[in-house]
Design a protein around this ligand. Structure first.
Ligand SMILES: O=P(O)(O)OC[C@H]1O[C@](O)(CO)[C@@H](O)[C@@H]1O
Length: 562
């Protein structure tokens, strides 16, 4: 880590305000006192006392209908949370981000992923230069490339069109495109096959190539830095496979494209920079799939759908930038998380999509949220004295119901959750399968109800359940959920959802006064792996290994017969 003093963000101005620790703010104390007063307030009581609650605590933004009435909040809670957002100057930091200030203070960078989806007419400056024309120039080149592959005009070395696209990347260079490809699969060209390879375990690449024909395979090597060891190792192996398969190095040019900010490294690797698509250091890896990192996705769904997705992102950006805090969905979701983490001791947050196509969404959010807000020092380096980012997890809801929902309903842990669902089934679903959609959605609505309101002992006993079983069959309820319902999982709606969570993470990082845009915590393991690897292969003594790790290395070598 750099020893140079951190540049100050130009954004928020008031240094005395910024220096005040979150837990010493009056607004924080007010929330603590409010929490005490709420005590064991039940959602049942809140709904009974206020027939308008379900109507009032909802918000429509673009194609998303958010119902946050099943959260453990009153109007007073929401007012106090909005005051906390005001005191911590979240809106000022948001504006600083949107205008290109270097709010990523530890890396001295602007944070401008919102520029990736700005319309052509917008002007957004990073370091004094309008970045919007460059963004659209790359999008146009991507569109041309995607169209050539999709129309089978892009020919491989032997003159055959592409059948399989293999995206090689990891973290933000994998999770976004892989998640979005799954989400928008019904919109994709079904005659093209897509694979996403991330793991340095050779099995990942092998499974993606074992039935592939080098003559019809296109690799998209995606890496912001183009130095990430997993990606470069896999890309090198892929290149070897291709050259062996087609018998000549010359084939590489027609079968490899690259997405990166590092032109030199791409050239060094041997990928023709005519087939390279760039982006910029002001795009964080986990905020990048709407940049050229989405190239494989664009090949799958086509430039028009990709642009619809960008328009969805932009819609949510505009809402985030302009709506008042109390009616601003990213603010609301962010503040609810602050409430549960700070005053209800919630350790985790579940995101449960009732949609098969959203199966990778929670995995995508894990990086977005946990790499952003898994921090324990404030922006100026002081330790935090409050809980920051939660463990984010989840899988499609119905599957979860038969796995871990038992704990959500009756366990001792408190797990707030988001339920995501779509009124329309996937657009390509055969007629015979459409009726299943009602069953799917009935489950989502029922789970929200059961989690919120439970089933009291009296109700259970009233159903004739034997007394000994009553405690086992009682559901405490008061497990909060926010339900987000959209008409359909379209490209635009996906963009809206991703931008919603991006900005939710932003709001939380701003209140917690942490830098959501660096990721120093991933460095140590990388450095140590580089030191350990020679010990595994050559048996050379590696200095500085602790006794446990040295023992494991020795055991590994024995098991491998070395
Ligand atoms: O795109 P790159 O440079 O290969 O990095 C991949 C990922 O590695 C990280 O730097 C650390 O996990 C992520 O932030 C990033 O998305």
């Amino acid at each position: 880590m750099s020893a140079t003093p951190l540049p100050r963000t130009e954004g928020t101005g008031d240094q005395a305000e910024e220096a005040l620790s979150l837990d010493r703010r009056d607004e924080w104390a007010a929330l603590g006192a409010h929490r005490e007063r709420l005590g064991g307030t039940r959602l049942r009581d809140l709904f009974d006392a206020d027939p308008a609650r379900a109507d009032r605590l909802t918000l429509d933004v673009g194609g998303l209908h958010a119902d946050y009435s099943k959260n453990l909040v009153t109007d007073e809670t929401l007012r106090l949370l909005a005051e906390l957002a005001g005191a911590t100057r979240v809106a000022a930091l948001r504006d600083a981000m949107l205008r290109g200030d270097h709010i990523n203070v530890t890396e001295d960078r602007a944070v401008l992923h919102t520029a990736l989806r700005a319309p052509r007419s917008a002007v957004i400056e990073a370091d004094g230069r309008d970045v919007v024309p460059e963004v659209h120039a790359v999008l146009d080149r991507m569109a041309e490339f995607a169209d050539r592959v999709r129309s089978r005009r892009w020919l491989g070395h032997t003159g055959l069109p592409v059948r399989r696209v293999v995206n090689i990347g990891i973290g933000g260079s994998d999770l976004g495109p892989a998640m979005a490809y799954e989400a928008l699969r019904p919109y994709s060209d079904r005659d093209l096959e897509f694979r996403f390879v991330s793991n340095v375990d050779g099995a990942d690449l092998h499974e993606s190539l074992r039935d592939a024909d080098p003559a019809t395979t296109l690799f998209v090597v995606s890496s912001k830095t183009f130095t990430t060891v997993e990606t470069i190792t896999n890309a090198t192996a892929a290149r070897r496979w291709l050259v062996e398969g087609l018998g000549t190095e010359e084939a590489v040019s027609r079968h490899f494209a690259a997405v990166s900010t590092n032109t030199e490294a791409v050239e060094r690797f041997g990928i023709d920079t005519d087939h390279m698509f760039g982006f910029w250091d002001w795009v964080g890896g986990r905020y990048s799939y709407d940049s050229a990192i989405g190239l494989s996705l664009m090949v799958a769904i086509g430039p028009e759908r990709f642009r619809e997705m960008l328009a969805g992102f932009h819609l949510m950006d505009t809402h985030f930038a302009t709506a008042p805090v109390e009616r601003n969905l990213p603010f609301l979701l962010g503040l609810l998380g602050i409430w549960y983490g700070g005053f209800w001791d919630a350790q985790s947050h579940a995101v449960l999509p009732y949609s098969h196509h959203m199966s990778r969404f929670s995995a995508y959010l894990q990086q977005l949220d946990m790499e952003s807000n898994g921090k324990s020092v404030q922006r100026d380096g002081r330790p935090v004295g409050w809980a920051t980012g939660p463990v984010v997890w989840g899988t499609p809801g119905t599957n979860g119901q038969h796995a871990y929902f038992q704990l959500l309903h009756q366990g001792t842990r408190f797990v707030p959750a988001d339920l995501l669902g779509f009124a329309e089934p996937a657009p390509d679903l055969p007629e015979a399968l459409v009726p299943q959609h009602d069953l799917l959605m009935a489950n989502m609505f029922a789970q929200g109800q059961a989690l919120a309101f439970g089933r009291t002992a009296a109700e259970v006993a009233g159903e004739g359940v034997p007394a000994g079983l009553v405690p086992h069959r009682t559901f405490p309820g008061d497990r909060p959920t926010t339900t987000i319902l959209a008409e359909r999982l379209s490209p635009s709606v996906l963009g809206q959802l991703v931008a919603l969570y991006e900005h939710k993470v932003f709001v939380q990082g701003a209140v917690w006064n942490i830098n959501s845009f660096d990721q120093w915590g991933v460095q140590l393991g990388k450095v140590l792996a580089e030191r350990v690897e020679p010990a595994l292969t050559s048996g050379k003594e590696v200095e500085g290994l602790d006794a446990s790790t040295a023992g494991l290395v020795a055991r590994y070598r024995t098991l491998r017969g070395r």
